[in-house]
Write a protein of this length. Structure first.
Lengths: 686, 154
């Protein structure tokens, strides 16, 4: 199966070369059969990548310990569920997995648009094949996941050797979330290839009309949604597994995942400027390009060992390949831009400083400043080494100090933006729009201050969160009121109706609401408490309102590990609330161990209990307990963000229905002939 | 991020942990402060041996009668600038702190310049419906206008 897999991989490479070169030839000659064959080669590449990936999974499932990658990342006792995760737990496998996810996107794009956008698709195909070609080159010639173990014999050939068992999977990865976090994050990273391909293709082809910007936006939203989920699942994994009480440590790998998210978010906002007003075309195209390049840069940072990180795989020369690829991408983007710059000419002017347009400008400013600040902070140790000869490290406190003010500015704009009209906002409408949300925010802030919230940034954050929530509620209320007057439906039904009619606008508000919840959770960190103590059995420690009684300790033999457990009774106001079982797991396969944090989570706060180990001198177990207020809001907020994005991806319920209701209540079907009207009505009115 | 000091070992003072949280754990495995090290993927969640050693060194410095800043300086001298949890606000470290401010100023300038240029731009070449080459009946257009008005009315 390893031969089969590597054969599929080399064949995929050959097909990708054809899809790339043949695709370019097809663009030049415009021969329909050549275009078709290049597209089909592109589809074949994807099929072959699927085959190669499944072969590797098969090798894991069948415990084939003659393959080096399987030996390093699996063992017989590892459950099947985690054998899937083993696929991406090392460099070679995760690069193949990267190609696999990209192939899913590519094949969807090639098949979905095979009979559409005739002038654009050959370009898209070539760009996608180019990206695939790069990853296939790496997987075939630099970091092959199908290398077999062998020893040189006297003749100089290799004899295959197979091990009896593998080294096992890194214990910190043996958690269910590790099976879903990387696919999500990688789907985000790879997903940004699609908008990149569309934007670059449109620029190269000078593709007329606005169609490509809709396609780019749609695929950016899909990638963005996965990226958001990936980041939050990673944070939750860190929180539930690593046992340091937090979920975001500004580690270079975390930062790398945040960078394309920030530029992607900026694009999803500024793209509206292009759709509604025909402005900022150059900026948008570059945002898409940069987002893609940041995805590659992120991989470069984490794979090359340029910056030290807890996630970084073993240092290797692979980084040079990524530098080369990044240079090529940059070169192509610059060339395409300078050649077809006039294609991106703006159509409109700015009418007023107080307008939706300018709020988007500031939104993009803050997001980009945050992105560049995080990037340069991450790279600062490298800079300082260049200039001074010694590395100065930049840790979490720096990133917090820089990004908290930026985050608050962004939250402020989240509240202000939707209240400003496109083009120009009159003083009168400003007063009308801002009155309620601003008062709500101020009153809320004063009340919080009155009840004793004194942490400045948290207080500002909560105040802004109330302001933004009031803005969103006001928007839904105003919209739903109009619907209700006409249809007489309930408030809830009116809100649903309203949302379905303009999914982008109201889906976007739901995303904003999710972000508000995440910010509430983040602001809660200022009130964290913790305590650590060596605890004889039968004794108690107190934290906040809780008393933790260590009832006993036990040991649990599982298939792949032995767990030492603490049995802790949680009491609140002298009354038992629940039992918690924090664990330490020892994995015999690789002599490593990991923690399993026990969390009692409520919307108000998390009680987070870690079994921190046995003190060898006193032979007493150590408990480390945290009270982390409002953490749950982050996870729930994340879910709301994802829900909102999905809503925004749903096509609007046709405007025709509205027309029908107003003019000819029963004539929906007759009116369907009027669909061309939608071409002239700009989608939504956000 | 849990703020403030963390008591990791019973025999170490709060002050040690205060200082320890301003010095990076040099185990090269975590990116955390010595006073907060929960070595990711290490033997178990808890300070790794490197962090413990560093905390003990801080203890020694404190016992020698150094004040907080002197202890920090001594630790940086010993481990080099890689031991900073955040860059120092002097020397080259200051560059790290100035960078974000510089970005914000540069960005603001750019936004202002762009806005000024946009305002001077000649009147829009409006994307009139007709320009797209799609024919719209005046009746439908009127209806669409009506709808737009309805949906935006207060």
């Amino acid at each position: 199966m390893d031969v089969f897999g590597s054969f599929a991989l080399i064949l995929a490479f050959v097909c990708a070369v054809y899809a790339f070169v043949g695709g370019i030839a097809a663009i030049i000659t415009r021969h329909p059969l050549l275009i078709k064959s290049a597209r089909q080669a592109g589809i074949a590449v994807c099929g072959l990548i699927f085959t190669a990936t499944l072969s590797l999974v098969y090798l894991f499932f069948t415990d084939n310990y003659s393959v080096a990658y399987v030996v390093s990342h699996s063992n017989r006792d590892l459950s099947t569920f985690f054998k899937i995760a083993a696929l991406w737990s090392g460099q070679e496998g995760s690069l193949l997995f990267w190609s696999f996810l990209l192939a899913i996107y590519v094949v969807s794009v090639l098949l979905t648009y095979r009979n559409k956008n005739g002038e654009l698709m050959p370009y898209v195909g070539v760009i996608l094949a180019g990206v695939q070609l790069f990853f296939l080159t790496i997987s075939n010639f630099v970091a092959s996941p199908f290398k077999v173990l062998g020893v040189a014999n006297a003749v100089g050939n290799f004899n295959l050797v197979a091990r009896a068992d593998g080294n096992g999977l890194n214990p910190v990865l043996q958690y269910p979330e590790m099976v879903i976090h990387p696919p999500n994050l990688y789907s985000g990273y790879t997903g940004f290839t699609i908008p990149f391909a569309f934007a670059l293709a449109a620029l190269l082809a000078r593709y007329p009309g606005e169609k490509w910007i809709h396609l780019t936006r749609k695929w950016t939203m899909i990638a963005w949604c996965f990226q958001t989920m990936g980041i939050l699942l990673g944070a939750h994994w860190a929180y539930a597994v690593l046992g340091w009480g937090g979920y975001w440590g500004w580690d270079p790998v975390e930062n790398a995942s945040l960078l394309p998210w920030l530029t992607g978010t900026a694009f999803l906002h500024s793209v509206m400027m292009q759709e509604k007003r025909g402005m900022m075309k150059v900026w948008n195209v570059w945002l898409v390009f940069i987002t893609f390049m940041l995805c590659i840069l992120g991989t470069l940072l984490t794979r090359s060992g340029v910056v030290s990180s807890v996630h970084a795989f073993a240092q290797s020369s692979i980084g040079n390949w990524f530098v080369g690829f990044l240079c090529i991408v940059m070169g192509v983007c610059l060339a395409a831009y300078f050649k077809n710059k006039d294609y991106l000419k703006s159509e409109n002017q700015l009418d007023s400083l107080v307008s939706r347009e300018s709020s988007f400008l500031f939104n993009n400013l803050v997001l980009l400043v945050a992105c560049v600040a995080v990037l340069s902070g991450t790279l600062f140790p490298v800079f300082s080494e260049w200039f001074t000869g010694s590395r100065i490290s930049v840790g979490a406190p720096f990133f917090n100090k820089v990004n908290i003010p930026l985050g608050l500015m962004l939250m402020f704009l989240t509240g202000v933006g939707p209240l400003l009209a496109w083009r120009k906002t009159s003083t009168d409408s400003m007063r009308r729009n801002f009155q309620v949300p601003l008062s709500a925010g101020l009153i809320g802030g004063i009340l919080l201050f009155a009840v004793g919230v004194r942490e400045m940034f948290s207080l500002i954050c909560f105040t802004l969160c109330i302001f933004v929530t009031a803005t969103i509620v006001q928007e839904f209320y105003r919209g739903a009121r109009v619907v209700r007057v006409r249809s007489g439906a309930s408030w809830l039904a009116s809100c649903v109706d309203l949302t379905l009619r303009n999914t982008r606008r109201y889906g976007g508000y739901i995303v904003h609401l999710g972000m508000v919840m995440i910010f509430i959770g983040l602001a809660g960190q200022a009130f964290n408490k913790e305590v650590e103590k060596e605890l004889p059995i039968g004794s108690t420690i107190s934290i906040g309102k809780y008393d933790l009684l260590l009832q006993s300790m036990d040991q649990k033999q599982e298939k792949n590990y032995v767990a030492d457990r603490m049995i802790v009774e949680v009491m609140k106001d002298q009354k038992p609330v629940m039992m918690l079982y924090p664990e330490r797991r020892n994995f015999p396969a690789n002599q490593e161990s990991g923690t399993m944090v026990a969390i009692y989570s409520t919307l108000k706060e998390d009680l987070y209990v870690v079994y921190a180990g046995m003190n060898p001198q006193t032979n007493l177990p150590t408990v480390h307990a945290f009270i982390n207020p409002l953490v749950k809001w982050v996870w729930w907020g994340g879910m709301v963000v994802v829900m909102g994005t999905i809503v925004a991806l749903v096509p609007n319920r046709a405007a025709v229905v509205v027309l029908a209701r107003a003019e000819a209540p029963s004539g929906v079907r007759e009116l369907s002939g009027m669909r061309p009207a939608q071409v002239t009505l700009r989608e939504g009115h956000d | 991020m849990p703020p403030g000091a963390t008591r990791l070992l019973a025999d170490q003072s709060d002050r040690t942990h205060q200082i320890g949280s301003k010095i990076k754990c040099m185990c090269n495995g975590c990116d955390q402060a010595a006073g907060k090290c929960y070595h990711v993927g290490g033997a178990y969640s808890g300070p790794c041996d490197t962090a413990k050693t560093m905390l003990k060194e801080i203890d020694t410095h404190i016992a020698a009668g150094l004040n907080d800043q002197q202890v920090l300086d001594a630790m940086i001298k010993q481990y080099g600038p890689l031991a900073y949890v955040e860059p120092p606000k002097s020397g080259f470290g200051l560059v790290a702190w100035l960078m974000p401010i510089l970005y914000l100023l540069a960005g603001l300038t750019l936004v202002v310049v762009v806005m000024k240029r946009w305002r001077k731009r000649p009147a829009a070449i409006a994307l009139a419906a007709g320009a797209n080459g799609v024919h719209v009946s005046p009746e439908l257009l009127a209806r669409a206008r009506q709808q737009a008005q309805r949906e935006t009315e207060e």
